[in-house]
Write a protein that binds this ligand. Sequence first.
Ligand SMILES: [Zn+2]
Length: 245
Amino acid sequence: MELETSLNIQGVIIPYIERKSPRSKHLSLRVDYEKVTVVAPKRATAREIREFVKANQDWILAHWKKLLEMQRQIPNRPYQDGEILSVLGQAYKLKILKADQKMIALRFYHEEKIIEIRLPEGLATEYQTEAIREILEKGLKRKARDIFQTKLNTFSIQMGVSYNFFRLKEQKTRWGSCSSKGNINLNWRVILAPEQIVDYLIIHELAHLKQMNHSADFWEVVSQYCPDYAVSRQWLRVNGERLRL
Ligand SMILES: [Zn+2]
């Protein structure tokens, strides 16, 4: 059994997962860049767990802040052969090879979870990283457009709403928007997040077709189709900055 919620420590909201394990003898605690996880023995009561978390809250907060700081310092990636890129939460391996061709080319192999990039043999080393980044962006935008479109169609039918049209955007701080005319914009970079985050975002924007605000009624609509929306929302706040090439 797993409980997903969030902690509020001195005003900082941290996604929180609680798990009971028949194998664990003591309460234990782990902080990673997405969440805090508490593993408890089967017999532990809710009160014991709550007290354990409370007793450790200063440590949790300090650790969480340290991880956030480390993430901010992640430099641009070099894009080497064998590197892993997360697309909709699936780990794709970059396969970079040189080929006797004039143009750079990219191909997804979904079953093997490989993104193959063929570089022209003559391409100078100093231009490689930028060329790879560019073609990756192009390929991911194409993929995002298809997937977002399909999901928009599926969810809009489920939710009984209809939107006007959809555009793919790139914004630094916005993930999506919905205008009063029913036009939906989605940020392509969300394709780099786990799939449940994409679903949440799409449900969020479609819910605006019922409620053009962020009122309690709006969140009620969102929660009907996305019960753990709070976790996804918080995930985006914490990890949004990392969703880039
Ligand atoms: Zn909104």
